[in-house]
Write a protein that binds this ligand. Structure first.
Ligand SMILES: [Fe+2]
Ligand SMILES: [Fe+2]
Length: 315
């Protein structure tokens, strides 16, 4: 199990790693729920075996986009912080737009250098949310709801930091910069999941589901292999799909076994999934999403944290 200080014990690591290897090693074409040919072919071209993430991470350092988009985000944050003429809405729009640019590039080219630069640039956004209440509120309002993983990542990052700010006001014992970086990068492991599974409109079969459900561990591994894994990042990457009642994944933790950072990530993640458009569904309006979460999913969340989340939308 992953402990409250973000460390994973050896037997949990072993179990998750063997699940990952089993998924990578399945052969095409037999009758036991193994992957369809197209998925298998995709994996052969795009997946690395466990342990090779660091190699992948340094592979395409020639791209200019990574450097540009992280620098541009940092500059947008600085400009917003210094500006006396921009409204909070304009500041939020500029920072959100540059965050989307950064993350769309990051999901295309998740190199070690790019992950490092992104984490640094996101630190500026976190500081802005913590220090500038008006821009933070506007950031919540400008979030778009398309179906891209990079939009989801930015939204979950913004929502998680706003919720953490509300919950931990005045408590200095939290490193919210690291927590925020973890929240923005929580789904990085999805770069290891075949887009055909990620974007599948219908129900996932058993093998696809297993593949999907290993992504928190994949996020954890990428952050670890690129030396960007802090305690806070480890917790939020590994626990954002755990549920209060023990029905989540990958470790089926419940109640007090889940760190409060994991519980925050879970609420932000579910809310954004409900409000996001998909190719097969419209996104729910925020009020409707909150209502469904309260009436049909409340046992997935810690009540007090959820109540604080609702308060974010009352301003
Ligand atoms: Fe996720
Ligand atoms: Fe997510």
């Amino acid at each position: 199990m992953i402990t409250h200080d973000g460390k994973m014990d050896d037997s949990t690591k072993k179990t998750l790693l063997s699940q990952l290897k089993a998924l990578d090693n399945v052969k095409d074409g037999d009758a036991s729920g193994h992957p369809p040919r197209l998925v298998q072919e995709h994996l052969q071209h795009h997946e690395t075996m466990p342990g090779e993430i660091a190699t992948l991470s340094h592979a395409s350092g020639g791209s200019l986009k990574p450097q540009n988009s992280s620098t541009q985000l940092t500059e947008a944050v600085l400009e917003a912080a210094r500006s006396t003429t921009m409204s909070p809405d304009q500041k939020a729009q500029a920072v959100y737009r540059h965050s989307l640019d950064l993350f769309s590039g990051l999901f295309e080219t998740p190199t070690a250098e790019f992950i490092k630069n992104s984490k640094k640039a996101v630190g500026g956004v976190v500081d802005m949310i913590l220090e500038d209440d008006d821009t933070a509120i506007n950031l919540l309002k400008v979030t778009s709801h398309d179906f891209y993983t990079y939009t989801h990542s930015v939204n979950v990052g913004v929502l998680s930091v706003c919720l953490a700010k509300q919950l931990f006001k005045g408590k200095s014992s939290h490193n919210l910069r690291e927590f925020g970086a973890g929240a923005f990068l929580h789904d990085l492991g999805k770069v290891k999941v075949d887009p055909a599974i990620l974007n599948k409109p219908g129900r996932l079969d058993e093998w696809e589901m297993k593949r999907m459900r290993i992504h928190p561990y994949q996020s954890y591994r990428i952050l670890m292999d690129t030396s960007q894994l802090s305690e806070e990042c480890a917790i939020i990457a590994m626990q954002h799909h755990e549920r209060e009642d023990g029905t989540g994944y990958p470790l089926r933790l419940k109640g007090r076994e889940i760190h409060e950072y994991g519980k925050i990530g879970c609420i932000a993640d579910v809310y954004d999934a409900l409000t996001a458009k998909r190719s097969y569904k419209e996104g729910m309006p925020p009020f409707k999403a909150l209502q469904i979460m309260k009436e049909e999913m409340i046992h997935h969340f810690e009540k007090e944290i959820f109540q604080n989340f609702v308060l974010l939308f009352s301003r």
